[in-house]
Write a protein that binds this ligand. Structure first.
Ligand code: SRM
Ligand code: SF4
Length: 574
């Protein structure tokens, strides 16, 4: 197999066989494959083998409803194939007219009818059947939205702290997020040709940054404005941490090599914090982004996909060697990092006033699922707001939504709609607002246990424990994921539940409020009957013995209940 961009080096065995994904990328004619042929095949609702993978580079995953899979198999029917689409929304900003278009498509053309906000500041449609796929892309294109590179071995949706308070800095940071996203996009015309009826032209297919076989694995980037670490920098391959002087953005500290996924039982996989490469002035931002990507492109492991992310490349080659290579390629020297501090990750719910005098309303939306529930017509409420709103919406990395840029005179009307449709609910506790879950069942094919559907129940039980120990207004960052891929970022939580099997989880403890510490395994493969009594006891101890303002995660580390993970490679599985 040939791979013109991959230069094997001393760390990888040149005789080793590349992962099959390398073959399919090479043979894909720059991500075209035979997707169009499959699209025309109405005998099956699905895509054939290579195209099943290739549609991911176009922002779609083939799925089926796992709740009805067995029943359909019994009836000798193929699984009810459909696609999930994930849009590209750098910084999570979406305009009201765009919202109305996605609301209509979700309502009319998806099986679930929901708009699902994700942990990476965008939305997903679930349950789009083959006859509606092209129409979906054309609908999105009409309102200026695409789904290029939101999945696959490329740089994904670029996150940016949603910070409506310090809006001057936010605007600039957001513009960098959009520029980085554009700069690192695949250049192939495949998306345009297949989904938007573009003319076939190969000549523009050169991929100067990603290479013709794209990256060894997915790649994630943020632009972050301290002290808010809502984006969870340590979940990302590349982070630009905004450094301001007298309120003006002057450059970024660059953090490289974060990532949270692991595989149960494989000690060579682990969640890992990003390393600090140092400070760069603004003018070097794109060159540094490009060359962190290009070093990962050339040095990343293309043999074993489980060890292919930047975090493993850094551990294989050494942080200094990776950093020096970026400096050489980008023609930049990292300066010592400028001081900054993360103090929190949560969204600021309710109204805040920005420095421009505009108002911003953050709504809590459990697990980002926007749907009309019998007692809470959330989707209708968002639509009604979009119909009158003159500012924009911002999707947060905590799966919530900000109605941003509201004039004083429009506040009351927007708040009234939000309240009438259950978008503001004063009964939500701090605990509920600090809890998060990934999608998991029934759409995620990798889920081993429930997450989103289990979260409301788990939160209620945790609220009861806090009340029992007389700390009902305190909260613990609690995150549940259906498998060790960790999409709900449980591996940066104070209490993280990671699915092992139906009703069974590994329980990790000891992350902190700021999101700068990876938690450690406390209980393995247990059900509620084991972990709820354990949490009961620990919350009791915390309530009685904690130092002033000591969070649960810091408490369990100080008390030696779990050991601190300092260096993931050596400490996480120790
Ligand atoms: Fe994720 C795969 C959902 C954020 C690590 N993720 C998946 C898939 C597509 C399952 C699949 O491959 O077939 C899930 C689709 C479920 C569904 O039905 O919608 C899925 N991931 C999600 C979302 C929707 C979770 C959510 O509840 O919001 C998030 C979408 C983000 C986006 O808009 O782009 C999502 N995924 C994450 C995060 C968190 C983050 O990025 O901040 C992580 C951990 C951080 C990291 O990457 O280390 C994450 N997802 C994964 C992985 C493991 C990657 C790895 O390094 O091995 C997979 C599986 C894979 O890539 O092989 C995965
Ligand atoms: Fe699916 Fe696992 Fe991600 Fe949850 S963590 S959405 S179960 S891949």
């Amino acid at each position: 197999m040939s791979n013109q961009d991959y230069k094997p080096n001393s760390k990888h065995d040149p005789a080793a066989k590349f992962a099959d994904n390398e073959r399919l990328k090479t043979e894909s004619q720059h991500l075209r494959g035979t997707i169009e042929t499959d699209l025309g095949d109405q005998l099956t609702g699905g895509f054939t083998k290579d195209n099943f993978q290739l549609i991911r580079f176009h922002g779609m995953y083939q799925q089926d409803d796992r709740d009805i899979r067995a029943e359909r198999a019994k009836q000798k029917l193929e699984p009810l194939h459909n696609v999930m689409l994930r849009a590209r929304m750098p910084g999570g900003i979406i305009k009201p007219e765009q919202w109305l278009a996605i609301d209509k498509f979700a309502e009319d053309k998806t099986s679930y009818g929901s708009i699902r906000l994700t942990t990476r500041q965008t939305f997903q449609f679930h349950g789009v059947l083959k006859p509606h796929i092209k129409e979906m892309h054309l609908t999105l294109h009409d309102v200026g939205i695409d789904s290029i590179a939101t999945a696959g071995d490329v740089n994904r949706n670029v996150l940016c702290t949603t910070n409506p308070v310090e809006s001057e800095l936010h605007q600039e940071a957001y513009e960098w997020a959009a520029k980085i996203s554009e700069h690192l996009l695949p250049k192939t015309r495949a998306y345009l040709e297949i989904w938007l009826n573009g003319e076939r032209k190969d000549s523009t297919d050169l991929e100067p940054i990603l290479g013709s076989t794209y990256l060894p694995r997915k790649f994630k980037t943020t632009v972050t404005i301290p002290p808010n670490n809502e984006v969870d920098v340590h979940a990302n391959d590349l982070n630009f941490v905004a450094i301001a002087e007298e309120g003006k953005l002057v450059g970024f500290n660059v953090l490289v090599g974060g990532g949270l996924a692991m595989t149960h039982g494989d000690v060579n996989t682990y969640p890992r914090r990003a390393d600090d490469f140092g400070f760069i002035p603004l003018e070097h931002t794109l060159a540094v982004a490009e060359h962190v990507v290009s070093v990962q492109r050339d040095w990343g492991n293309r043999v074993n996909r489980k060890n292919a992310k930047t975090k493993y490349t850094l551990d294989a080659f050494g942080i200094d060697a990776f950093k020096e290579e970026v400096e050489n390629r980008a023609g930049v020297k990292f300066a010592p990092s400028r001081p900054f501090e993360f103090t929190h990750r949560g969204d600021r719910f309710g109204w805040v006033e920005g420095i421009d005098g505009k108002h911003h309303l953050t709504l809590f939306l459990q697990s980002g699922r926007i749907l009309d529930y019998p007692d809470k017509p959330l989707k209708t409420g968002c639509r009604k707001i979009a119909e009158i709103h003159k500012g924009d919406f911002r999707m947060t990395a905590n799966q919530n939504l900000i109605i941003a840029g509201v004039a004083e005179e429009d506040k009351a009307q927007i708040e009234q709609i939000a309240r009438e449709h259950g978008l503001i609910d004063d009964t939500h506790t701090e605990q509920r607002k600090s809890s998060m879950a990934c999608v998991a069942m029934p759409t995620c094919p990798l889920a081993m246990a429930e997450a989103e559907r289990y979260l409301p129940d788990l939160v209620e039980k945790t609220e009861a424990l806090l009340a029992k120990h007389e700390v009902p207004n305190d909260d613990i960052i609690l995150r549940v994921v259906g498998c060790p891929n960790g999409c709900g970022r449980a591996m940066l939580a104070e209490v993280g539940l990671v699915g092992k099997g139906p009703g069974k989880y590994n329980v990790y403890l000891g992350g902190n409020r700021e999101g700068t510490r990876v938690p450690k395994l406390y209980l393995e493969n247990v059900g509620e009957e084991t972990y709820l009594p354990a949490l009961d006891e620990l919350i009791g101890q915390w309530a009685a013995e904690r130092n002033e303002q000591e969070c649960f995660g810091d408490f369990v580390i100080r008390k030696g209940i779990v050991a601190e993970v300092k260096v993931s490679k050596t400490d996480f599985h120790a």
